[in-house]
Design a protein around this ligand. Structure first.
Ligand SMILES: NC(=O)c1ccc[n+]([C@@H]2O[C@H](COP(=O)([O-])OP(=O)(O)OC[C@H]3O[C@@H](n4cnc5c(N)ncnc54)[C@H](OP(=O)(O)O)[C@@H]3O)[C@@H](O)[C@H]2O)c1
Length: 272
């Protein structure tokens, strides 16, 4: 039997993080399931997960969680940087506070996790970092620009990190889903309500909401994304990136084939 791995998952209270935790628990790995809403993880606890209260926007919270795991297990074999959400709204309408918080969770949160976990992986000369990116790392739809910019940034960070830590025995993988049914849409919509659209963007926001509802009504569940994460944990040489939904496979190719103006027109037609 393969040795168990010590796996830390951020954002394990919902969606992809929760489902991947369940799958990895079934394989007998040692799972540290981390999020702010620990009360939502009682079922993971019952399945054997260690539950950790973690806010990725708080450096002390991150460092305390990592120190606790190292004290218990001596190692972290796999870090899954999954915690994230989308601030929605026109670029101009989003308040600076919303934009800062978006980057604080989706990018600085990952910076905090990497700074805390990588020293232990470097010392062990082994480890796997799995970053949850998005098709929004390639495509930047209107009304989703600030979110998409964090996923573009994450792609850039992942590409650099992969080369930097490869000689140290650490693998880095980017998982790129398109729309999937999780808590993501509901959380995003709360943020869309927060910064009310100004008159000039109102029609576009309404059009975007229609597209969002349609997209998520037929979006797949987490299965293929969870499978990709588990596959790369099993793999001796994991792939650089895993595009996990049809949308995530097709859209970046389409974008590379047609000119940007034509791509813009597709968005404009969609949200009219
Ligand atoms: N669903 C999609 O359509 C989709 C598509 C592409 C990429 N993604 C990416 O997939 C990842 C997971 O999202 P999901 O779809 O599973 O959404 P979800 O169901 O809303 O789960 C998001 C998770 O992130 C956690 N989180 C949010 N802010 C946090 C913070 N400050 N500190 C710690 N944890 C925090 C939440 O936990 P707490 O609130 O309890 O802390 C929750 O467990 C995200 O990075 C997202 O960008 C999602």
């Amino acid at each position: 039997m393969k040795p168990k791995k010590v796996i830390l998952i951020t954002g394990a209270s919902s969606g992809i993080g929760r489902d991947v935790a369940k799958k990895l628990l079934a394989e007998n790995h040692i799972i540290y399931a981390a999020a702010r809403r620990t009360h939502l993880m009682d079922d993971l606890k019952a399945l054997g997960a260690h539950i950790i209260k973690l806010d990725v926007t708080n450096t002390d919270s991150v460092n305390e969680a990592v120190t606790f795991i190292i004290k218990n297990e001596g190692t972290i074999d796999v870090l899954i940087n999954n915690a994230g959400f989308a601030t929605l709204g026109a670029i101009e309408d989003a308040s600076l506070e919303s934009i800062e918080y978006q980057f604080n969770v989706n990018i600085f949160g990952i910076a905090r996790m990497l700074k805390s976990v990588l020293p232990h992986m470097r010392k062990a000369r082994k480890g796997l970092v799995i970053n949850i990116g998005s098709v929004a790392g390639y495509i930047s739809p209107p009304i989703m620009g600030w979110y998409a910019s964090t996923k573009h940034a994450l792609k850039g960070i992942t590409d650099s990190l992969r080369v930097e830590v490869s000689p140290l025995g650490i693998d880095v993988v980017l998982i790129e889903p398109g729309a999937i049914k999780t808590g993501f849409k509901d959380v995003s919509e709360e943020y869309l309500e927060k910064d009310a659209p100004s008159d000039d963007y109102n029609a576009m926001v309404e059009g975007f909401k229609r597209v969002l509802n349609k997209t998520y009504s037929k979006a797949p569940g987490t299965n293929t994304t969870v499978k990709a994460i588990v596959d790369c944990i099993h793999a001796k040489n994991p792939k650089i990136r895993y595009r996990t939904t049809t949308e995530a496979k097709i859209l970046p190719i389409l974008k590379s084939l047609i000119c940007d103006r034509t791509f813009d027109k597709i968005f404009i037609r969609q949200i009219k």
